[in-house]
Write a protein that binds this ligand. Structure first.
Ligand code: GLP
Length: 244
């Protein structure tokens, strides 16, 4: 595990984008695992700028998003499909046929989840999984639980996640109660992982992720076991760490 502490969010975003760019320079057809949320927005902006300046190309890249809300139409402004289009895909030279997001509108979610896993396998696995972090230590939508969930599956969202994400919706009642997410096994199978987190609200979850015991109550803590795991945090998110 490699922990990098940056001065602020801007430096975090630049470093994270640099990490992605380094991979794409050595492997232009890399497979990326992508997160949503506010944390990766700065990184996406940096990557868009590099792409538009002609320094970096995504034309051979394949992507798999971590999760999607159940029951939101793709055109819904809160769907993660729309989020990815608006904040990343429509600004870069990626082939849209190579971008994948779980279809949480499917009438057969378990079948859709298996299909998603098979597609990841067929693409050769994910070279770099980029993760944000929920305030309660969740990754993707893998919520604190009694056990580590396996592959892509349907989840019931925790009250605190619904509350945290309600800032994007017109009211808390509009936040879906369920979602589809890659599981802990899907994430741990990725060849390398980079987690990014910023701000005071993430400090507790970062401490537990890095220095706490490995427990499904803090899903991100399992990442301590991954061989190629990098965490980039700003000073605020790192403020409770004692060993770094
Ligand atoms: C959501 C997403 C996660 C994301 C988390 C943190 O719950 N499912 O993938 O990491 O929010 O979001 P933010 O970056 O906005 O704090």
């Amino acid at each position: 595990m490699k922990v990098i502490v940056t001065k602020n969010y801007e430096e975090l975003s630049r470093l994270a984008a640099g990490h992605v760019a380094d991979l794409l320079k050595s492997k232009p057809d890399a497979v990326l695992g992508l997160p949503t949320g506010s944390t990766p927005l700065g990184m996406y902006k940096e990557l868009i700028a590099m792409n538009q300046k002609g320094e970096l190309s995504f034309k051979d890249v394949t992507t798999f998003n971590l999760d999607e809300y159940e029951g939101l139409d793709r055109n819904d402004s809160n769907s993660y499909y729309r989020f990815m289009l608006d904040n990343f895909f429509s600004h870069i030279d990626i082939d849209r046929n190579k971008t994948n997001i779980p279809d949480a509108m499917s009438s057969d979610i378990p079948k859709e989840c298996l299909k998603y896993e098979k597609k990841i396998e067929k693409a050769g696995g994910i070279d770099l999984m980029i993760l944000g972090l929920g305030n309660n230590g969740h990754i993707g939508f893998n919520e604190p639980a009694e056990y580590f969930a396996g592959i892509t599956h349907r989840v019931k969202l925790h009250e605190d996640t619904i509350k945290a994400n309600s800032r994007f919706f017109s009211s808390i009642d509009q936040v879906p109660k369920f979602a589809v997410t890659m599981g802990i096994k899907s994430i741990m199978h990725c060849k390398s992982i980079m987690l990014i987190a910023n701000g005071k609200a993430k400090a507790e979850a970062i401490k537990k992720t890095i220095e706490g015991p490995i427990t499904p109550q803090v899903p991100a803590s399992v990442l301590q076991l991954h061989r190629y795991f990098t965490i980039i945090v700003d000073e605020e998110a790192a403020s409770l760490l004692t060993k770094h």
